[in-house]
Design a binder for this molecule. Structure first.
Ligand code: 5GP
Length: 178
């Protein structure tokens, strides 16, 4: 059990479980992208740890670049505008894998996917460490999933609770009673 700010969390996926799954995922990518021009696009902030550990296990030639979804108050109906910033790599005619920490409703991924697709990559796939199938209502489900998880709030391994908890090497879920 751990405390992050005012909330208590229980261990959900141990550091070892995460690393073991990453080894398997990297091996799949190695096999599928052997003759491709692979570029990872890691979505900050949450995916930094996953991207780093996954990439260390990749043995074929590859590149990585980072994007960030910046939300600010705008004039659209929801009062929020999301903008993708930071893409400084040419992805046209290249094989792109988007790296996410978690896909929940899928709304964020809808935006990231259509933004990257507009640069005409030869292929565009999604790898997400975590996926919440019961919450998902998006257009682009991950092609490769580390773990499908229930609809609970999780922290650790890059995922935050009010910016805290990203440093934890395991993934924790909010305690039932809270
Ligand atoms: P979406 O609902 O658009 O798929 O997910 C949007 C964002 O919500 C994710 O990228 C992630 O930052 C955040 N998110 C969704 N579920 C969780 C969760 O259980 N824990 C944490 N820390 N963030 C989450």
């Amino acid at each position: 059990m751990i405390q992050v700010l005012d909330k208590t969390f229980d261990v959900f996926l141990s550091a070892q479980q995460i690393q073991d799954r990453i080894v398997e995922m990297a091996a799949e990518i190695d096999r599928e992208y052997r003759d491709k021009d692979l570029v990872f696009i890691s979505v900050l902030n949450g995916s930094f740890m996953f991207a780093s550990d996954l990439m260390k296990r990749i043995t074929i030639p590859c590149e990585i670049s980072f994007v960030k979804v910046s939300s600010y108050k705008g004039m659209n109906s929801s009062g929020r505008v999301d903008e993708l910033i930071g893409l400084n790599t040419n992805i046209e005619d290249r094989d792109v894998i988007i790296l996410e920490d978690i896909v929940d409703t899928g709304i964020t991924m809808n935006k990231i996917y259509s933004y990257l697709d507009s640069f005409h990559p030869s292929s565009l796939k999604i790898t997400s460490l975590l996926f919440k199938p019961d919450a998902f209502d998006g257009k682009h489900a991950p092609d490769q999933i580390g773990f499908s998880i229930p609809n609970d709030f999780v922290v650790g391994y890059g995922l935050d609770y009010n910016e805290k908890g990203r440093n934890l090497d395991a993934i924790y879920k909010l305690k039932e009673t809270e």
